[in-house]
Design a protein around this ligand. Structure first.
Ligand code: NAI
Ligand code: CS2
Length: 488
């Protein structure tokens, strides 16, 4: 079967939405670092909408900083891929044309820097995962001991890291008298704009203080909140789609109908008419971000660990079990008190919508995918919430159970005896810390000594230690579902 391509568009089934604009006339206005599934189902769809509206400045050049996989999926398809929206009943397919191609940075870093330095490029967006910024999860500081960061701090002629590419490209633009691009982080990091800005300034300062000052005064790093559940595509998804499309699409992505993008209204230069495209521009992103990270993502991670340990592969399976559903509601009761909801965000309705989204069986969202990189995720999803509750002398019972699930997850085995590899940049550090622990409390104290993940504010708080240890002991002695049943 032939691959999806410009030439194949005319032959696709009539119900499949096509790009609807002249792709040959599109200019590259965006470079995206970390061209994974989420960008293709979220930001690229907004840029595709901009192109459909007639503003042809917003084509996307994708960049992978690590591997050729997505390049090999999309470049043979002229950058085209299917966005498959699954609402639990039907699938809707739209072919996205905004991505014009993909570069693989390690193959030709200079080509990536040159693309980012183009005067037509006004936005550099990123989804490199929480770990991709090479920042300390607890403090947010640049991990200067990281070998790739150290190499970029020494020499930017062939960058290796996201901050390195940003600094090298901004330096090239300054040399050429071109205004800086706006850096738009689209990762689930608190204050994502400020974090990537501090990493960029720290690296620029080492190379050229005048460059750092130029970036600080002329650049823009807006904070964003991004939301759309995008499970990893499986080979079965691709095979099924090929049969329906009549063309093989190796780059397809599957997602839910819901999508939301909130961006701080701070840009260094031109941008799409985001408001007309359904993107919320605001001065204050933090209230939106806190609600999303603490309610959606805090529940997601807790479901992933506790549900995964209990042997459930998918999110919708977990929330179909009453004891888990009750646990999630209790976690939301606790997290909800730490929020300062923005005008227009109705928390009870938001929670109802979240539970409906989690319950969508057609997403097949794997608990194991969400469980990945917990050391990079827990600080903003559960630990910050716990600190806020303890500062207010409030109980942290459900939140602590989520943390207990994460610690138990480090053993790499489910209650059904299935062994798995803990996918986390700090997995070895965590395993070493836990190796000598005899009791649940020992385990909690051992993990709490890792200040890259758990700040001393929590690690030295006996209320935190005891709450997590009680639950860790409970799930170890009774099993997750029995222990949950005792908590309701
Ligand atoms: P993915 O696995 O499809 O893509 C991840 C991308 O990050 C790839 O391009 C990969 O090369 C790059 N990457 C990974 N580690 C890196 C590192 N150390 N340095 C540089 N690049 C690195 O994952 P997906 O679904 O695109 O998610 C990516 C990020 O998007 C998430 O970590 C999260 O921050 C954000 N996000 C994801 C959502 C989802 O439901 N998938 C929803 C909301 C946000
Ligand atoms: C998930 C998120 O994999 C994970 O960690 O919790 O990617 C989640 O799907 C998104 O934040 C939803 O917007």
């Amino acid at each position: 079967m032939s691959r999806l391509s410009n030439a194949a568009l005319a032959g696709l089934p009539t119900e499949v939405e096509r790009p609807g604009y002249d792709r040959a006339a599109v200019r590259t206005g965006v470079v995206h670092l970390g061209i994974g599934a989420f960008h293709r189902a979220h930001q690229a769809v907004v840029f595709d909408d901009a192109l459909r509206s007639g503003d042809l400045r917003w084509g996307v050049l994708g960049v992978s900083l690590r591997s050729p996989g997505v390049r090999d999926q999309l470049n043979p398809q002229d950058g085209l891929y299917s966005l498959v929206v699954r609402d639990g009943v039907d699938d809707r397919t739209r072919i996205i044309g905004a991505v014009q191609g993909v570069l693989v940075a390690p193959e030709d870093p200079a080509a990536v820097v040159a693309a980012m330095a183009s005067p037509d490029v006004h936005l550099v967006t990123l989804t490199v995962t929480e770990k991709g910024y090479r920042l300390d999860p607890a403090s947010g500081g640049l991990l200067t001991a990281d070998p790739d960061v150290a190499a970029d701090l020494a020499d930017l002629s062939a960058p290796r890291t996201a901050p390195g590419f940003l600094v090298a490209a901004l330096a090239e633009r300054r040399r050429a008298g071109v205004a800086p691009f706006t850096v738009v982080s689209c990762d689930n990091l608190p204050h994502n704009g400020a974090r990537v800005r501090s990493a960029v300034l720290a690296m620029a300062q080492v190379h050229d203080p005048a460059l750092a000052e130029w970036i600080e005064t002329e650049g823009a790093f807006p904070q964003t909140m991004v939301d759309r559940i995008v499970p990893a595509t499986t080979p079965e998804d691709i095979d099924t789609r090929a049969a329906l499309l009549g063309a093989r699409d190796e780059g397809m992505v599957k997602t839910e109908p819901f999508t939301q993008w909130v961006i701080e209204n701070r840009f260094a230069g031109p941008r799409p008419d985001f408001a007309a495209l359904g993107v919320q521009l605001t001065a204050e992103v933090a209230p939106w971000e806190d609600a999303k990270l603490r309610l959606l993502n805090g529940a997601h991670s807790s479901i992933a660990y506790l549900g995964g340990i209990a042997g459930h592969a998918f999110v919708h399976e977990v929330v179909a079990i009453p004891a888990f559903r009750t646990f999630v509601e209790r976690l939301w009761d606790e997290a909800g008190t730490t929020l300062n909801p923005p005008p227009g965000l109705d928390i009870p309705a938001y929670r109802r919508d979240l539970m409906a989204r989690f319950s969508n069986p057609s997403l097949q969202h794997r608990t194991r995918q969400i469980a990945m990189d917990g050391s990079q995720k827990l600080p903003q999803r559960l630990l910050a919430t716990i600190a806020a509750r303890l500062d207010a002398d409030q109980p942290i019972d459900a939140l602590a159970l989520g943390v207990a699930g994460w610690i138990k997850w480090q053993e790499g085995v489910t209650e059904t005896g299935e062994r798995f590899t803990v996918d986390d940049p700090m997995a070895a550090t965590l395993a070493t810390a836990l190796a000598g622990a005899d009791t649940a409390e020992d385990s909690v104290r051992a993990v709490s000594s890792l200040t890259e993940i758990i700040s001393p504010r929590l690690g030295n708080d006996e209320r935190f230690i005891q709450a997590v240890a009680r639950h860790l002991d409970g799930i170890e002695s009774r099993g997750v579902e029995t222990w949950l049943g005792h908590q309701a």
